[in-house]
Write a protein that binds this ligand. Structure first.
Ligand SMILES: [Zn+2]
Length: 54
């Protein structure tokens, strides 16, 4: 049987770049603090970042 050349990781990469990590960490922080407005802001920032960089 031929092996497929694509290794599958059990879960998608959590953070492909340092800025993603930063944004995600900030999001988790404000999310835990209950700041939904800031959390939405970080989600938007992540969206912009993904469009710009990834
Ligand atoms: Zn990124």
């Amino acid at each position: 049987m031929p092996e497929t050349a694509m290794p599958r990781s059990p879960q998608p990469r959590p953070a492909p770049c340092p800025e993603c990590r930063l944004i995600k960490a900030a999001y988790v922080l404000v999310s835990r603090a209950g700041d939904r407005v800031a959390a939405r802001g970080w989600i938007a920032a992540m969206g912009r970042h993904h469009r710009a960089v990834h």
